[in-house]
Design a protein around this ligand. Structure first.
Ligand code: SF4
Ligand code: SF4
Length: 248
């Protein structure tokens, strides 16, 4: 005789507090499977006493409706709806300081688990991921297209309105300030170091092979298209250079 499965196992109840539409059970399972199969998952989660030490020492828990203890408990008890719900907002409150990892008696890393949840939120193109990454479009464009870091002249109040009022403090005489920094690589406002064409092409290949670009496509299709154009341009530039060398 077939085992009787309680009907609630197949009927998502949704979130009665936020009144979000219920998510299909298959989706909840697929999301959790991506989390559980992450190569770092077993390294970051070993059990949970529910002691709350992580939350007591977490700076984000002081300022936001966020608790690393809650995140770990949701994962440890495999609460699929709760995990999915936390991915809609809470996981983006973590500051990635890893104080929790240093304190947990079980040697869990709640901050590391949050990183996994964020990766999976991006992979599934969740709206929370799109919203969280939106202010970083210029940063992503710069880092991915040039293989370099954010230039200081890009950090202005206009470009990053959500970074708070202190961002305007770096909107200063940057050329002058940079000259005062005694490292030659920091004397430019454009790039911190030279990334040659060959290295750029290698970086593009790494980002393609590791799925970084597919993730970007899921959260920001416009930026993805722009970056593909940049990549095509640099690849053909590199090919021209190779042809020139072979011909010469
Ligand atoms: S993750 Fe660690 S510190 Fe946090 S509640 Fe669980 S056992 Fe305690
Ligand atoms: S890494 Fe995140 S969860 Fe852990 S203490 Fe820092 S802000 Fe809190």
């Amino acid at each position: 005789m077939d085992a009787v499965v309680p009907p609630q196992m197949h009927t998502p109840i949704g979130d009665p507090v936020t009144e979000r539409a219920p998510v299909a059970y298959e989706t909840l399972e697929a999301v959790f499977e991506d989390i559980r199969s992450h190569p770092l998952y077993d390294h970051e989660l070993h059990g949970c006493l529910n002691c709350g030490i992580c939350t007591a020492t977490c700076p984000s828990a002081h300022y936001y409706d966020y608790s690393p203890r809650e995140i770990v408990q949701l994962l440890w008890t495999e609460n699929l709806e709760g995990i999915h719900d936390a991915m809609q907002e809470k996981i983006w409150a973590c500051a990635q300081c890893y104080t929790c990892a240093a304190r947990c008696p079980f040697q869990n890393s709640p901050g590391g688990l949050v990183m996994i949840l964020r990766e999976v939120a991006i992979k599934h193109g969740m709206q929370s991921a799109k919203d969280a990454l939106k202010p970083f479009t210029r940063v992503l464009m710069k880092v991915i297209s040039t293989g370099n870091q954010l230039a200081p002249n890009m950090i202005t109040g206009d470009a990053f309105p959500d970074w708070g009022p202190n961002v305007s403090k770096v909107d200063a005489p940057l050329k002058l300030l940079r000259k005062a920094i005694p490292m030659p690589t920091l004397h430019t406002l454009d790039t911190a170091w030279e990334v040659n064409l060959k290295t750029s092409i290698e970086l593009y290949t790494i980002w393609e092979e590791t799925g970084v670009l597919q993730q970007l496509e899921a959260v920001d299709p416009n930026l993805y298209d722009v970056i593909l154009d940049v990549m095509d341009e640099k690849r053909s530039e590199y090919q021209d250079w190779l042809d020139e060398q072979a011909g010469g």
